[in-house]
Design a protein. Structure first.
Ligand SMILES: *Cc1c(COP(=O)(O)O)cnc(C)c1O
Length: 392
């Protein structure tokens, strides 16, 4: 009651990996030294493993939006028509960036909580055969939906457009086969599944996309993709790198290699499933409908008569838990629980138990323990399945 630990339960920033915190403290070194170049080269190499791609990778000192901007400013020219799939606040960010660079976005818009379906994209591609790019989110963090990249990637690959995927919360929380599905640009950020603070973004760039470096005419300087992609494998960055964060990222990527990237994804997916089951058992409604639910984050509707702002405040005041409210017009209507990165079942059991107490104290009828039990069942079943899998 009287001791409350502050816990980050948000879909970015996410809880920090302890090994990374220690590694970040050792940043009193110069970046043009063999010692640091070895770290940097290792990080680029391990990012290839984490993302699962052979494509070139650029690493920037910026939050995720920096790499989103780089994709636009390096690969497109003013006046070009592009298709933006907008299913939430981050899809709307693509509209803003492409517009800022003078592109002409055609927007395929969905109500919050729904996804753009492959057929919607197919129709738009047919109507706009000259479109030079398709922009979308792997998972739309503001609503908790995922897009079907496996079907959409090949649709775009048949056209003259390149596919630009904001996978900032998708990476490490859902299966994304960058090379197999033809995803030309895939973007990530440090404060999501990578368990370190905000400040690094990265993106992979296919040869098909890179062939535009010489012809695209949008202006860019700091976020130059080619310079970053060429320098990285030598252990260099064009400008002074964010050394501390890179040391942290090195520690995280070693950790992910240790457990396996597939296992990290499975972990998030399991927590997400357990959260959905628990919410449903408590009589709550999930916000995502008509869509693949995200592994990164689950958006839950506040029950009738309650505001999600009250729920979020009660998490903070009663338990020290920092839970995300809805963004924009979704504020007050939904709250969002995160699963990506350094989250485990201990976190989830606690969070669901807190939620039950909060709902009860706000007058929503719940049977205490019912949601926790649903989450425990997912854990028990998954453990049994993995034990029988490892025996065979
Ligand atoms: C967090 C996030 C971003 C990046 O936002 P920044 O504030 O620039 O880090 C972009 N897209 C999605 C889907 C995100 O979840």
């Amino acid at each position: 009651m009287y001791v409350r630990k502050t816990r980050l339960l948000t879909p970015g920033p996410t809880p920090l990996l302890p090994e990374a915190i220690r590694a970040m403290a050792a940043a009193d070194l110069h970046h043009r030294t063999k010692q640091f170049r070895d770290v940097y080269r290792g990080v680029i190499k391990d990012l290839h493993y984490f993302m699962g791609t052979q494509n070139g990778i650029a690493l920037f000192a910026s939050s995720g939006s920096g790499a989103m901007e780089a994709a636009v400013s390096n690969l497109f020219s003013p006046g070009e028509e592009v298709i933006v799939c907008a299913a939430g606040k981050f899809g709307e960010r693509w509209e803003q960036i492409t517009t800022a660079y003078g592109l002409r976005p055609v927007v395929v818009r969905k109500p919050y909580g729904e996804a753009v379906h492959p057929e919607d994209l197919e129709t738009s591609l047919r109507r706009h055969p000259l479109a030079k790019g398709v922009f979308l989110q792997a998972t739309e963090t503001s609503t908790g939906i995922s897009h079907d990249l496996q079907t959409m990637g090949p649709l775009v690959a048949e056209t003259g457009a390149i596919m630009v995927v904001d996978a900032i919360t998708g990476l490490g929380s859902s299966v994304i086969d960058i090379d197999g599905w033809g995803l030309d640009v895939v973007i990530g950020g440090s404060q999501k599944a990578l368990m370190i603070p905000p400040g690094l973004s990265f993106c992979s760039v296919s040869a098909r996309a890179a062939s535009r470096f010489d012809t695209a005419t949008c202006p860019n300087f700091y976020f130059n993709l080619r310079k970053h992609i060429e320098a990285g494998p030598r252990g260099d960055s064009p400008w002074t790198p964010a050394s501390s964060l890179i040391l942290g990222m090195g520690a995280v990527l070693r950790h992910i290699r240790g457990i396996g990237r597939e296992r990290l994804i499975e972990n998030a997916q399991l927590l997400a499933r357990a959260t959905r089951d628990a919410a449903t058992e408590l009589g709550l409604q999930l916000f995502a409908k008509n869509a693949i639910p995200a592994g990164a984050v689950t958006a839950i509707r506040a029950p009738e008569g309650l505001s999600s702002t009250q729920i979020v405040q009660a998490f903070k005041q009663g338990f020290g838990s920092v839970v995300a409210n809805g963004q924009g017009s979704m504020k007050g209507r939904i709250f969002r629980l995160a699963h990506l990165g350094y989250f485990d079942f201990h976190d989830l059991f606690g969070t669901i138990a807190e939620l039950e107490v909060i709902l009860q104290s706000l007058g929503h009828e719940v049977e205490l323990g019912r949601g926790v039990r649903a989450a425990q069942s997912v854990f028990v079943d998954a453990r049994a399945a993995s034990a029988s899998g490892s025996q065979s």
